[in-house]
Design a protein around this ligand. Structure first.
Ligand SMILES: NC(=O)c1ccc[n+]([C@@H]2O[C@H](COP(=O)([O-])OP(=O)(O)OC[C@H]3O[C@@H](n4cnc5c(N)ncnc54)[C@H](OP(=O)(O)O)[C@@H]3O)[C@@H](O)[C@H]2O)c1
Length: 299
């Protein structure tokens, strides 16, 4: 691995992850937080990485930071806004021109509870970005995925809420937590359904959740007003959580570890909040929803 000294958890990385020389990886939401750490991890494995970022300026800044650590890396940047269908199809066309074959597609971009309640296309914002936009991106880029490739989706430990409205066009719930949980429930259901429908010779569909880690996801700049219990809850829990770098290990294991179709990786520690990753099952609630309403997860 190159420049391994700049990364932590070197022994785990050596033990768990494969070399990705000659492989091409796309990471959405790569300008910060978990996406940035995932891109860093993939570069250390010698992958060519394409950063897919909403904001060109933030993307350029991330690219510069990554190149400082990996000066000889093959590292491209494309803009992508998951809240606009036109941007997603435009991205797919630009991606195809840049790299007609993708080996790893890491769908990491997401929002907690954005300030705007609707996307420019009129969808409920949280589900519109975390689920509808993400799945649309998968749909239009799937033809680029190599048959031995992988699509990895970043979900959350809050994906196992009891009853959720499975209609992606239904309004986001009025509090951020429930809207976010529903969006990740639907996303997990999509990956579970998609992996079950895979036929041999097609790319693997996998998911990962990072536990809980302090990133800009819940910052004032990115979220609408949050109730006091939500702000207090996160303030109290953050000291007991892990760094974005450690949290990115479950995503990296799904992307570059020994994985089978339909695997879900998550931290092995208490309540899956922190720790090195392990394989877990999709939640009973997600499996039930897919079993009883498979049509809801078909695109
Ligand atoms: N942090 C946690 O504890 C945690 C736990 C479970 C799951 N996750 C998931 O991990 C993923 C990464 O989150 P994070 O914690 O690293 O937060 P983050 O630093 O805020 O990263 C989110 C990324 O998604 C991008 N994004 C947001 N809206 C977008 C859009 N419409 N189009 C394209 N990109 C968009 C953001 O771009 P901008 O910077 O331009 O906003 C940013 O790059 C998310 O899917 C999140 O749900 C996080």
């Amino acid at each position: 691995m190159r420049r391994e000294t700049q990364l932590h958890y070197a022994a785990w990385r050596r033990r768990t992850l494969s070399d990705l020389s000659g492989r091409v990886a796309v990471v959405t939401g790569a300008n910060g937080g978990l996406g940035f750490e995932t891109a860093r991890g993939l570069l250390s494995l010698h992958a060519r990485v394409i950063l897919a970022c909403r904001d060109a300026g933030k993307g350029e800044a991330a690219r510069a930071r990554l190149l400082a650590g990996f000066p000889d890396a093959a590292l491209d940047l494309l803009t992508l806004d998951l809240s606009r269908r036109a941007s997603i199809s435009d991205f797919a066309a630009r991606l195809a021109a840049l790299a007609p074959k993708i080996d790893l597609f890491v769908h990491c971009a997401g929002v907690y509870y954005p300030r705007e309640s609707r996307t420019p296309d009129g969808l409920p914002a949280t589900v519109g970005i975390n689920y509808v936009g993400t799945v649309e991106l998968d749909r239009v880029t799937e033809p680029l995925l190599s048959p031995d490739g992988r699509a990895v989706f970043v979900t959350s430990l809050v994906d196992r809420k009891g009853r959720v409205n499975l209609d992606p066009l239904a309004d986001d719930e009025p509090d951020g937590y429930r809207a976010y949980a529903r969006s990740k429930f639907l996303l997990s259901g999509y990956v579970f359904r998609k992996s079950a429908a895979r036929i041999p010779g097609e790319p693997l569909y996998l998911a990962a959740h990072p536990g809980i880690t302090k990133t800009p996801l819940l910052s004032k700049e990115k979220t609408g007003p949050r109730p006091l219990w939500s702000r207090l809850g996160h303030a109290l829990i953050y000291p007991f959580t892990q760094s974005p770098e450690k949290a990115s290990l479950s995503i990296l294991e799904a992307a570059a570890g020994k994985a089978e179709n339909g695997d879900l990786f998550a931290p092995r520690g208490l309540f899956q909040i922190w720790g090195y990753p392990k394989k877990i099952s999709f939640s009973r609630q997600v499996r039930e929803a897919v079993k009883t309403h498979p049509e809801r997860f078909d695109f």
